[in-house]
Write a protein that binds this ligand. Sequence first.
Ligand SMILES: *Cc1c(COP(=O)(O)O)cnc(C)c1O
Length: 424
Amino acid sequence: MSQLLSYDREHVWHPYAPMPPTAEPLLVRSARGVRLELDDGRRPIDAMSSWWAAIHGYGHPVLDAALHTQAGAMSHVMFGGLTHEPAIELARRLVELSPAGLEHVFFADSGSVSVEVALKMAIQHQRGRGHPGRTRFATLRGGYHGDTFGAMSVCDPVNGMHTMFADVLPSQVFLPRPPAGLDADITAWSAEADAALVAASGELAAIIVEPVLQGAGGMHVYPPAALAWLRRRADELGLLLIADEIATGFGRTGEMFAMDHACIAPDILCVGKALTGGYLTLGAVLCRPHVAAGIAESESGVLMHGPTFMANPLACAVAMASLDILAASDWRSDIARIGAGLATGLAPATRLDHVVDVRTLGAVGVIQVDRGVDVGLAAKIALEHGVWVRPFRDLIYTMPPYVCRDEDIATICTALVAAAGGMA
Ligand SMILES: *Cc1c(COP(=O)(O)O)cnc(C)c1O
């Protein structure tokens, strides 16, 4: 065991980590239901759902069976010139699940790659429509869209983890972050955003946003009215609207997609993370027929993308099974129940002097403190309470699996409040 960890320490890179590392990761042996099973025998609840992904918990018999059955048929074949039922049936489910009009599906390897594909789609569409100068993107400050170069360029320019790449990234147009809260007044925000949009509109291909909840950029909840406003202005200015629902999709915020809070449909939709129930990496980009038509009119006529492992059958089969579990479940009441439990359980944190905000949206709960969180200490305190969390910046937060019972949610809340208390 310690041999494994010492090899890890010397050779294996972890996310956003130095080499050699300064912190020791926990060795996970297995995972079942809502719990990780650590090498030392502890079994913490995974309050992070492995970064928004494991919505049905670990080792789900239906997901396991889908994976085994598909492995028996074929694990992978190339997607150029070939097709298969897992991809076709998953595409059918995604088209049926998403707002009317999103009819075409491009499968990508991950969330970040799906964002790259969406950006390409928008640029090629504009070229096809006779606007080769429309190559830039407008986005909200405080956003996060992934770690590849195109995606990085639309992440928050200041707080984003990517300021050091500023000189090599394409320069995008940053709109102010909408005010906090579902019901906030957007008058002042929209006036400011409008000025920036109009000034750059001739160069813009699209607006890309995380609907209603900005995730890794700061767990910021903003009014659906702001999204509806962006939808309207995109149409008026000849821009496409790209919704990045990689974190928020599949029920997490209380609606199937966060954009459903605003009753809008984008021109292009990116999904990922929970798509496979947290089993395998897969993203998908859906678009409306007019986007595809524009691309068909561009000089190449084809969408210039095609990853080696496009539409991997294992990933598609398990994604299909995950969407079936979701469809068969009463996810709306599960999310409402978890949301209520989080609101009640996290409320005691508001009494801590250094806590500046406690907020929830759907099955997401956030404690924001007035300082940078000591990630190692916060995780250690939570672990002592039987919970795995991974805070960032000034945020201690949870997006638990949908299968958490009320007592699991209570345990998570106790752990988060204790971790917040330990930051004083
Ligand atoms: C996680 C995330 C991405 C990137 O997805 P990866 O699978 O990590 O590449 C993009 N956008 C949003 C909103 C995300 O939360």
